[in-house]
Design a protein around this ligand. Structure first.
Ligand SMILES: [Zn+2]
Length: 209
C-alpha cells in the first residue's frame, strides 16, 4: 500500500518532433502497439497509475497552435489504445524560441486553457490500482533515501528529484536550485545528446522523410 498522503505514478515518456509544416516525426519507431506493451510492463512491475507522456517538440516557428491536424491523428489513435487498457495520457507541446535578434530565449509552451497552472495537457486519467511488488519496494527505498539524505545535507524535503549517477553508482538528491550534476563526482546528469542545440534544430537534416 502507498503511505497516506503519497501518490505514486509512472510515465513512459516519448519524444515526437513536429516540423514547420505541422507533421509529427518520432525519433525511433514508436508504434502505438509497442508503447502499450511498454506501459503494461510498468503495470506488471507494480505501478499503481501508468500514463504515457508525449513530448511534442516543435521546430522554432511551428508552435502557433496545438495540435496540428497530423499531430491530432497520432494523439487520437494513441488515446483510443490507451483508454481501452485504462492507461493515462498526457501531452506536452513545447518549442525552443528565438527573439527578433536571433537570441535564444529558451523553452516555451502554449497557455493551457483547461489547467492554467500546468503546461502539460491531461487527456486521459489512468485508472488507479494498488502499488505492489517490486515497484512498491523501489518507491519505499527511494523515499527512505530522500528522507535520510535531506537530513544529512541539512536541506528540507521540498520539490526534489532522486537520480542515479552511473559513474559513482549511487543515488543523489537534487533540490530545485541545485546544479544538475552528481555532488560526489560532479558528472553532469544532462547526458550527451545526438541532437544539436534545440533552437537550431532543422528537422529535415535529421529525419528521413
Ligand atoms: Zn557521481
Amino acid at each position: 500500500m502507498e503511505p497516506p498522503g503519497i501518490f505514486y505514478k509512472t510515465w513512459e515518456v516519448k519524444l515526437m518532433l513536429v516540423d514547420n509544416s505541422g507533421k509529427p516525426h518520432s525519433l525511433k519507431s514508436n508504434k502505438t502497439e509497442g508503447i502499450l506493451k511498454q506501459l503494461k510492463i510498468h503495470r506488471e512491475f507494480g505501478s499503481p497509475a501508468v500514463s504515457l507522456l508525449d513530448l511534442y517538440l516543435h521546430e522554432a516557428r511551428a508552435l502557433k497552435f496545438f495540435p496540428a491536424k497530423d499531430v491530432f491523428y497520432v494523439m487520437e489513435k494513441r488515446a483510443k489504445g490507451l483508454q481501452k487498457q485504462l492507461f493515462g495520457y498526457d501531452v506536452l507541446p513545447f518549442a525552443h524560441g528565438k527573439d527578433d535578434q536571433g537570441e535564444d530565449f529558451g523553452i516555451f509552451s502554449l497557455p493551457n486553457p483547461f489547467q492554467p497552472r500546468h503546461a502539460r495537457f491531461s487527456l486521459l486519467r489512468p485508472v488507479r490500482t494498488e502499488a505492489k511488488g517490486a515497484f512498491l519496494e523501489l518507491a519505499q527505498y527511494l523515499s527512505a533515501f530522500a528522507e535520510s539524505e535531506s537530513k544529512r545535507l541539512s536541506k528540507p524535503l521540498g520539490f526534489v528529484v532522486v537520480t542515479y549517477c552511473r559513474v559513482c553508482r549511487g543515488l543523489c538528491l537534487i533540490h530545485k536550485r541545485d546544479a544538475v550534476c552528481c555532488y560526489r563526482c560532479f558528472t553532469p546528469f544532462t547526458g550527451r545528446s545526438t541532437l544539436p542545440a534545440l533552437h537550431d534544430i532543422q528537422l529535415s537534416k535529421y529525419l528521413k522523410k
